[in-house]
Design a protein around this ligand. Structure first.
Ligand SMILES: Nc1ncnc2c1ncn2[C@@H]1O[C@H](COP(=O)(O)OP(=O)(O)OP(=O)(O)O)[C@@H](O)[C@H]1O
Length: 323
């Protein structure tokens, strides 16, 4: 993997509400390569939006490291933060009301962030028209948001987010309010922009179809990265024997993707939920280091070392691979 454009290292976010502390992120690790398109998934309250708010510069981490395109998000001054939000990241929200100003036309909405950055009127209007053409709204330049459909509003929001040529696009549930056909159009558009412009895209989603259409899906559990799924066409016989076995145990289709767990710098890992449900680990596992891989065995299987009865194997070389 090339030098990551996003690095979260043991990221912690604690919200203080009255006398209570809510730990929204508790030591999250994440690396994203330039040009990668990833989806963040996880149960409600697992910390997805908190992560996106930190990456967007809206929120500040409580502890740990977070760098995006060389910007240390734990140390930005107010002026640097404004610059970061204006030029490095673009953001699309689920609610179109949060993305677009209702009194402005589509073209004026896309021109606005450029105006705030000091771009001259001819240049910003030309770029607005180009971007609206790119997202398929070349014939709707003068329409106000209320005259656009939900999908068109999201396309316009994507054009607004790209107005100042950000390096990273952050999308929080971009298809959350759309029907499945329109959602399909939006995630195809995101994919095209990712591939044509080399744009790095991080999207939070509950939409399984969107999550299946990205390079990598990262699952967050209790404020930590738990598993990641790398999209890859792999025939079963292409994989190491132990990977076939591991995949079979957790019911993974090796034809379409393979799943790996993330191992943090301290060596901690979270097993996939399926593995824990399937095997009686009961909070402890026996670790066996075997040449090029590591085996985790439920303790009661002591002596059952024939590899046939339920072990999950982590393969460190898979971490961060992009296919
Ligand atoms: N501004 C805030 N003040 C206090 N607690 C917060 C705040 N924002 C989030 N939280 C809490 O932090 C935890 C993580 O919330 P977050 O919104 O990041 O989860 P999520 O995975 O995005 O959930 P959802 O899928 O429902 O949007 C939750 O317990 C939430 O209640």
């Amino acid at each position: 993997m090339s030098e990551p454009i996003i690095i979260c290292d043991n990221l912690v976010k604690i919200y203080k509400v009255a006398d209570l502390e809510v730990v929204a992120l508790q030591g999250l690790d994440l690396e994203v390569a330039p040009g990668e398109m990833i989806a963040i998934v996880g149960a409600s309250g697992s910390g997805k939006s908190t992560l996106l708010n930190i990456l967007s510069g809206l929120d500040v981490p409580s502890a740990g490291g977070c760098r995006v395109s060389g910007n240390d998000l734990t140390r930005l001054t107010a002026a640097q933060r404004l610059n970061y939000r204006r030029y490095i990241v673009g953001q699309v929200w689920q609610q179109s009301g949060r993305n677009l100003l209702p009194e402005l036309s589509a073209e004026a909405n896309v021109a606005l962030p450029q105006m705030l950055s000091g771009v001259g009127s001819r240049q910003r209007n030309q770029r607005a028209r180009e971007l609206l053409g790119l997202v398929g709204l070349g014939d709707k330049l003068n329409k106000k948001p209320e005259q656009l459909s939900g999908g068109e509003q999201q396309r316009c929001a994507i054009a607004v987010a790209l107005a100042n040529s950000p390096q990273v696009l952050l999308a929080d549930e971009p298809t959350g309010e759309l029907d499945s056909v329109t959602a399909h159009v939006i995630y195809n558009l995101l994919r095209e922009l990712n591939q044509q412009l080399g744009l790095t895209i991080v999207t939070v989603t509950h939409d399984a179809a969107l999550a299946a259409n990205v390079d990598r899906t990262i699952a967050i559990r209790d404020g930590r990265t738990s598993t990641e799924t790398v999209r890859r066409e792999a025939e079963l016989d292409e994989l190491h024997e132990h990977m076939q076995e591991a995949s079979a145990i957790i019911g993974l289709s090796t034809r379409t993707h393979r799943e790996s767990v993330l191992i943090d710098r301290a060596g901690r890992l979270q097993l996939p939920k399926e593995a824990i449900e399937r095997l009686p680990f009961n909070g402890r596992a026996e670790v066996r280091i075997v040449d090029d891989h590591v085996e985790l065995w439920p303790l009661q299987s002591e002596g059952n070392g024939n590899g046939k009865n339920g072990h999950i194997i982590s393969e460190p070389s898979m971490k961060g691979e992009k296919h």
